[in-house]
Write a protein that binds this ligand. Structure first.
Ligand SMILES: NC(=O)c1ccc[n+]([C@@H]2O[C@H](COP(=O)([O-])OP(=O)(O)OC[C@H]3O[C@@H](n4cnc5c(N)ncnc54)[C@H](O)[C@@H]3O)[C@@H](O)[C@H]2O)c1
Length: 255
């Protein structure tokens, strides 16, 4: 199949593009490189630098495409509170531009990567899909608005749509900014350093009491596997491998 991935040079987009390419599909990637890194992509992925709001570019890239994965977005919740207009322009405007361009070219299928952030704070845990959405940040609002556009334009023009509300993905290649780092990698980093595992005040997420112990165990296990496995053989799971990489960078010890 022929795929177009927006946000292809990002953390999730590059993993998806490389996996589809590995499976023998033709993959085109679009990314403005505002945060993405094109060197994360396999050579077989045809990469184009550009803005998801650039409709002429989308018309070209969408030729003969069977399915689009739409991941291009501004993704930092705290930043979205400072710059809601920019988040609206990329996350909502970019989604509408893409849907219009798909309609113009006649591409019939899109998978939109939304966010669990649309649920906001919920009294009951774990969250399920029947719960009402309660976005608490411009980022969350932008993802929810984009969902509505994807569903509405898709229904109007006969485009098959699927929406995935991703919660706190983590794994190899993920950026860890010093401030506002993603939740799980931040916990792993703290566990590797022997630091305290703290939630933000008011954070509604529940963690098992032994979560810290588990993470530290996974870090040790990842480190052991790195040392013992034959060269070129991947670790059994990506979490352990990633945690192992973090440990190895710090000499296998907490800093
Ligand atoms: N990582 C997670 O835990 C998580 C959770 C929920 C939802 N998501 C969603 O998954 C998608 C990918 O997230 P990620 O974690 O890989 O983030 P990421 O920042 O690594 O990827 C987003 C990519 O979009 C690109 N981009 C930004 N603005 C663009 C524009 N105007 N035109 C073209 N490209 C642009 C960036 O350069 C970046 O490469 C996003 O839509 C995000 O909202 C991610």
């Amino acid at each position: 199949m022929n795929f177009l991935i927006t946000g292809a040079a990002g953390f999730l987009g590059s993993a998806l593009a490389n996996q589809l390419s590995r499976e023998g599909h033709q993959v085109r990637g679009l990314d403005d490189l505002s945060t993405g890194e094109p060197q994360a992509l396999f050579e077989d992925v045809h990469f184009t630098r550009g803005d998801v709001n650039d409709r002429p570019k989308l018309w070209t890239l969408l030729q003969d495409v069977d399915c689009v994965y739409h991941l291009a977005a501004r993704v930092f919740v705290a930043e979205s509170m400072l710059y809601p207009k920019e988040y609206n322009a990329v996350n909502v405007g970019g989604t509408v531009s893409l849907m219009e361009a798909m309609r113009d070219v006649g591409v019939g299928r899109v998978v939109f990567i939304s966010s669990g952030a649309v649920y906001g704070d919920q009294q009951a845990q774990p969250v399920n899909e029947k719960m009402p959405t309660r976005p608490h940040s411009p980022y969350a609002v932008s993802k929810l608005a984009a969902e509505y556009y994807v569903n509405t334009i898709g229904a109007l023009w006969g485009i098959d749509t699927a929406i995935l509300r991703v919660f706190n993905a983590f794994g190899p290649g993920q950026h860890l900014p010093p401030a506002h780092a993603p939740l799980i990698p931040n916990f792993i980093r703290q566990a590797v350093r022997g630091g305290t595992l703290r939630r933000h005040p008011g954070d509604p997420w529940r963690w098992p009491p032994d979560a810290g112990l588990y993470l530290r165990h996974r870090c040790s296990a990842g480190d052991d596997r790195r040392r013992n496995r034959p060269q070129g053989q991947p670790a059994g799971d990506q979490c352990g491998q990633w945690a192992g990489d973090q440990c190895a960078r710090r000499g296998g010890k907490g800093a």
